[in-house]
Design a protein around this ligand. Structure first.
Ligand code: SF4
Ligand code: SF4
Length: 69
């Protein structure tokens, strides 16, 4: 079992994030979370995610969730 973080598409709502910017992008030191443009939902490259969980604390909607795979 390894831990990964996924974006819960139902909970993620960039409209509620300042300027449509995903603050979680800046929480990942490895730059694994990417947001193409403001107001887009972010994407996490699951092949590179370390599952550290740091980003999960930054999303005000609780949209980043740790899963085990
Ligand atoms: S993951 Fe969280 S912080 Fe990032 S855009 Fe979605 S709701 Fe906003
Ligand atoms: S769990 Fe860690 S490695 Fe994965 S996206 Fe979040 S901060 Fe980055």
């Amino acid at each position: 079992m390894i831990k990964l973080v996924i974006v819960n598409e139902e909970k993620c709502n960039p409209e509620k994030c300042a300027g449509g910017q995903c603050i979680a992008v800046y929480s990942c030191s490895w730059k694994i979370i990417e947001q193409n443009s403001p107001y887009d939902k972010p994407a996490i490259d699951l092949k590179r995610c370390l599952g550290c969980g740091r980003c999960t604390f930054t999303c005000p909607m609780g949209a980043l969730e740790v899963i085990e795979k």
